[in-house]
Design a binder for this molecule. Structure first.
Ligand code: DLL
Length: 441
């Protein structure tokens, strides 16, 4: 009992220190970042991969004397992690690594990440900070429906919620009927889940004839996949809760890299005392000024087991000024550069199609994009569910309306197929929004 209280006291003090750094001025933050960057570079210099990369770029860790020197360092990519599979990117001996996670990846080998005991402590603290920014507090009950296992979602939230002093219900993904039952019986305050799976849970509430708006849930911590403001509105309407955005990626730590504050819900504050952000032009690699859209690049500042230097996330966003604090925000992620389609010369992201279709209330927020190349040009077919079963002529009219909305909002011609409710397979984690039927070149 005494030991537990001492630990809780330590966590509360660590979180109070966070509050101080969350409020720090720009000079203090930049000074901390530089000191931590220098430490990180000397740790990275233990890794043969970084030794080679730094040598090829003609730079030694000691040459970095200011944050302005960051662009002189080489980028790190997912491919670098794959080539050093499984443990080649670790900067500490394996016996200091207390946890491994991995990201499945759709093709090829997974990317593997490792954590020292202190890394787990840092990550838990960052997750506690994120949950608190989202409106969570000690004593709240938290239903975790992110997958447990190698994916960082389940265990990342689990450790963070315990650190903050929440009561954790570690449900993991799947068994949607049981998700509803546990929410009704255990009465959690917070749910942590992907936005697409939360919609599937909402549908299951409806199917069981239970009013989701009357559930105990106050806050949803949603991330791990791109989503839109229209999706937020839908989720908040169906559950009567605050839906808050959480961002992260396994290569950098997992969830807990950037977090939206519930009070403002206007972009995600990057925990800049632990991660240094840059935005680059994805084609040239040139660093872009704050405010311009490009690819997010992150450098870890405190990780021990696997420091990452200028990691190319492939996520597209822009850096925004902080809200009454030095730490900057990122805009909601538009999508991954890998998921960008080029339809007759126009760049298209699934989130743009989602936002366009949301203008028609008869469409449900369940959709999938299919790209084919019947002749020489790519063609886009959008399959979207209607909220109710409709007569065939109404379906035809609705499909035309969908094509019109996409043309008007996104600027591309798409074939829209409106399908009855329940046709599109529901995700239990990250939704698959895209089927590529083009011949492999
Ligand atoms: O998805 C970590 C995570 C778990 C984040 C739970 C938030 C909540 P990975 O599996 O490595 O890690 O996938 C990372 O997911 O590069 C983005 O493309 C995407 N992503 C994550 N959060 C968001 C978000 C986890 N809030 C990849 N909005 C990232 C848009 C997101 N995309």
């Amino acid at each position: 009992m005494a030991a537990q209280m001492a630990e809780e006291g330590l966590h509360a003090r660590a979180l109070d220190r966070c509050e101080t750094i969350e409020q720090a001025n720009v000079e203090a933050l930049r000074a901390l970042q530089l000191a931590r960057l220098e430490e990180t570079l000397s740790r990275a210099a233990q890794v043969p991969h970084y030794q080679r990369k730094f040598a090829a770029a003609g730079i030694r860790p000691g040459d970095v004397k200011s944050l302005d020197d960051l662009p002189r360092l080489p980028f790190t990519t997912k491919d670098d992690l794959r080539q050093n599979y499984p443990f080649g990117m670790f900067a500490v001996p394996l016996n200091e690594v207390v946890r491994i996670h991995a990201s499945s990846g759709t093709t090829g080998k997974p990317t593997v990440v490792g954590y020292t005991r202190r890394d787990i402590e840092t990550w838990s603290m960052l997750m506690a900070r994120s949950i608190r920014a989202a409106g969570g507090k000690p004593g709240d009950k938290m239903h975790i429906a992110y997958g447990y296992g190698l994916f960082t979602g389940g265990l990342g939230f689990h450790y963070g919620a315990e650190y903050l002093g929440c009561t954790v219900v570690p449900v993991s993904g799947g068994f949607t009927e049981r998700q509803v039952q546990l929410i009704c019986d255990f009465e959690p305050d917070i749910i942590a889940v992907t936005p697409s799976y939360l919609l599937a849970i909402a549908d299951e509430f409806d199917r069981q004839g239970i009013d989701a708006r009357k559930s105990s849930l106050r806050i949803a911590l949603l991330g791990a996949e791109p989503w839109t403001e229209s999706m937020r509105a839908e989720i908040e309407r169906r559950f009567a809760l605050d839906a808050v955005n959480v961002y992260g990626l396994s290569e950098v730590i997992g969830p807990g890299v950037a977090q939206e504050y519930v009070a403002t819900k206007d972009g995600l504050t990057i925990w800049e005392d632990h991660f240094l952000p840059e935005i680059i032009d994805p084609k040239t690699g040139a660093v872009l000024p704050d405010g311009e859209e490009g690819e997010l690049v992150l450098t870890s500042l405190t990780k021990e087991a696997m420091p990452v230097i200028r990691y190319r996330t492939r996520d597209l966003t822009r850096l925004l000024p902080g809200h009454g604090r030095a730490m900057r925000r990122i805009e909601r992620i538009k999508g991954r550069s890998d998921d960008m389609l080029i339809i007759r010369g126009v760049n298209v992201f699934p989130t743009q199609i989602e936002a366009a279709l949301a203008a028609e209330p008869l469409f449900a927020p369940h959709y999938i994009l299919e790209v084919s190349r019947p002749e020489r040009l790519d063609e886009l077919e959008v399959i979207v569910e209607t909220r109710d079963v409709l007569p065939p002529d109404a379906v035809m009219v609705l499909a035309q309306r969908g094509a019109h909305l996409i043309k008007a909002h996104v600027g591309v011609s798409a074939m829209v197929r409106a399908v009855p409710p329940g046709t599109i397979e529901r995700s239990q984690g990250k939704a698959k929004r895209f089927i590529d039927k083009r011949p492999r070149s």
